[in-house]
Design a protein around this ligand. Structure first.
Ligand code: LIP
Length: 274
């Protein structure tokens, strides 16, 4: 058992999960290197639209195939689900991958994108790795054993005053404009500073490490959030019941926030935390 995990917690983690997380870190790192080697230069979007402003590049498929094959070789009995390929295999332990989260940014040579790989034990998110190679950042989390950014423990921010808060709102054409504008209005009525960055996984990771005080997305998918959910839980953030509200099997709404403003934000945007 890696001394790293024993150092970080009172009790040793389940070896089956801890060794999977170690393996996932290595696989995600290699996948991130592959994505960097295929990275489009700054400029117009390189790729095609799956739907209006929902981008797909060659790299999305290449990275997902790379990770699927590596995880199958390492853990043949585990399940596997990806944004591009769907559910490839079922299993008690199940990997859920977003090969490039923030594809619209990646397609234009911007830096705000990542490779996101989460592990579920049944319906329970138990571990996650998010690597943003263009930002030089790796997030890891293991349920019961902490959340980390580049090996340093992280936690949600202490900001309690909405008028000092920074709140990100995910945008896509899956959400009717009036709904999106109504939520942004509510965020600004709180006096908070709005943001929208194009990567749900990185925005949720920013809530976990305290760079953001909250994140909301009306229609988001399991592959965008699977790795971030254990990160948020271990960082002490509050998260709406995304999985219970349909997120396990289809798109659903998510709100994640630091524990001090979660209630006021939840009420302001009418997204319940329970
Ligand atoms: C993206 C999400 C983002 C959302 C985008 C898109 P992708 O995922 O991370 O939160 O607003 O519409 O779904 O397509 O880059 O993997």
């Amino acid at each position: 058992m890696s001394a790293f995990w024993e150092l970080c917690s009172m009790s040793s983690p389940d070896p089956a999960i801890a060794c999977r997380l170690e393996a996932a870190r290595a696989v995600v790192h290699d996948a991130a290197c592959l994505a960097m080697s295929m990275r489009p230069p700054p400029g117009g979007p390189a790729g095609k639209q799956k739907a209006a402003q929902d981008w797909l590049t060659e790299t999305d498929g290449a990275v997902e195939t790379f990770i699927a094959e590596r995880m199958k070789a390492l853990f043949p009995d585990d399940g596997f689900q990806g944004e591009e390929g769907g559910v490839a295999r079922a299993g008690q332990l199940r990997w859920v991958v977003d090969p490039i989260d923030g594809t619209s940014n990646y397609a234009r040579g911007r830096s705000r994108w990542c490779v996101s790989l989460g592990l579920l034990d049944g319906d329970e998110p138990v571990a996650g790795v998010i690597e943003a190679p263009a930002l030089g950042e790796v997030y890891t989390a293991l349920r019961g054993h902490g959340a980390f950014l580049n090996g340093k423990r992280i936690q949600a921010s202490p900001v309690a005053d909405p008028a000092s808060a920074m709140i990100e709102m995910g945008w896509s054409n899956r959400v009717p404009k009036p709904v999106f504008m109504e939520k942004i209005d509510a965020i600004m009525d709180l006096g908070a500073m709005p943001r929208s960055g194009g990567s749900g996984a990185l925005a949720l990771a920013d809530v976990a490490c305290g760079r953001l005080d909250g994140y909301i997305e009306i229609v988001i998918n399991l592959w965008d959030v699977a790795a971030a959910l254990p990160l948020l839980a271990e960082a002490g953030a509050y998260v709406s019941p995304f999985l219970r509200d349909g997120g396990l099997t289809g798109p659903a709404t998510i709100l994640a926030a630091n524990p001090h403003i979660a209630d006021v934000l939840s009420k302001a945007v009418s997204i319940p935390l329970e």
